[in-house]
Design a binder for this molecule. Structure first.
Ligand SMILES: [Zn+2]
Length: 277
């Protein structure tokens, strides 16, 4: 049976500028990954704490059917929470479909390392073909639309998006995607390089590495017009990690204006127009 989605009241997100933008100020995009009813409690705390730090906009990466355990948008209370986030200025981004990739027979060592070691089997779009990716993301876009949400972007789990899948999401009209090291305007064909801060908390050594790496990366990005900070629900359970994330967001906000990816892409298009003239 086809699931049906009851629309909730949310202002439609549009790729246009509702307010004038300062085009000179450096920017910050904070994204919260893996938002779903299963991670809702953590996501709500993260959003609340970031808001208290002064963050006005963030991109919320919502998994349509997290690990196939039930469609996120069939949960009315969760949809109401999403609608409130959109209302205060955050953006919803489609993030995979189930976020799971089944291990395949005859995988090369590189494929095994990438999909199992790096992502623990969650690289759903790592090797999807064009048609499958287009179909899945179009289905997700339609489900979000039925629930009252417009989405402009797609971000693959662990940023693992095959070239074929990227072509598929471009074809169905996705405006942008991101990778670990870049933001891609799919329709304008432009790539903007900025390595995202992101923490891995799955083991003690990963957490230690993450603290060292992100501390260094924050300093390295000081001169970059865009800083990206990507957080996962589990990050909030590790006090040293969470302290560093909060400090990075607070320090970035001293210099930078916060954007959603959607709004950031709109800003870049405006900049390109003014520089062409
Ligand atoms: Zn994810």
């Amino acid at each position: 049976m086809e699931p049906t989605f009851s629309p909730v009241q949310a202002p439609a997100a549009k790729l246009k500028l509702s307010q004038p933008l300062s085009l000179n100020r450096p920017t910050l995009v904070v994204s919260i990954h893996d938002v779903s009813p299963q991670t809702w409690a953590e996501c709500d705390r993260i959003v609340t704490e970031f808001t208290a730090l002064g963050l006005k906009r963030a991109s919320l990466l919502v998994i349509p059917d997290h690990h196939g355990r039930g469609h996120s948008l069939l949960n009315q209370d969760f949809c109401s929470w999403l609608a409130r986030q959109v209302h205060v200025g955050h953006e919803l981004v489609i993030h995979g479909y189930t976020h799971l990739r089944a291990a395949r027979e005859g995988e090369s060592l590189r494929e095994k390392i990438t999909t199992r070691f790096y992502t623990a089997g969650e690289g759903e779009f790592f090797d999807l073909d064009t048609a499958t990716a287009a179909h899945l993301v179009e289905q997700a876009k339609e489900e979000f639309r039925e629930a009252g949400f417009e989405t402009e972007g797609f971000i693959a789990p662990a940023w693992l998006l095959s070239k074929q899948a990227e072509a598929g999401i471009r074809q169905i009209g996705c405006q942008y995607t991101t990778r670990l090291d870049s933001v891609i305007d799919l329709q304008a064909g432009r790539t903007y390089y900025s390595q995202s801060l992101v923490w891995s908390v799955r083991s003690a050594w990963r957490r230690a590495m993450s603290l060292a790496w992100n501390g260094a990366l924050f300093s390295m990005l000081r001169g970059n017009p865009l800083m990206r900070i990507s957080v996962h629900p589990a990050d909030i359970h590790y006090p040293m990690i969470w302290r560093q994330i909060r400090r990075c967001v607070a320090r970035a906000l001293e210099q930078r204006a916060s954007y959603t990816y959607e709004r950031w892409i709109a800003r870049q298009r405006a900049i390109e127009l003014t520089t062409i003239k």
